[in-house]
Ligand binder design. Structure first.
Ligand SMILES: [Zn+2]
Length: 77
């Protein structure tokens, strides 16, 4: 995967596991985020990168127990 990409879109339907793995848009490090399927079908979360501590905006769309799309981007973009 291109580590320099700023925004990643996932359109493939993924089964929800306990954690969602994504790459930090700031430093490219792998992060993992626990998914709360009780949080609704559209979720917008701000998490701090485990490596560089920069804020990352993660938007999730869920359908039932599947992830239908994920948007990972830097804050203020
Ligand atoms: Zn980072």
């Amino acid at each position: 995967m291109n580590k320099n990409i700023l925004m990643l879109w996932y359109y493939t339907v993924m089964p929800i596991d306990e954690n969602f793995d994504f790459d930090c848009p700031h430093c490219g490090s792998a992060n993992s985020l626990p998914i709360d399927i009780t949080g609704g079908s559209r979720q917008s979360l701000v998490v701090d990168c485990e490596t560089c501590c920069a804020p990352i905006i993660v938007r999730l769309r869920l359908s039932g127990d599947e992830i239908v799309s994920v948007d990972v981007r830097k804050e203020n973009e």
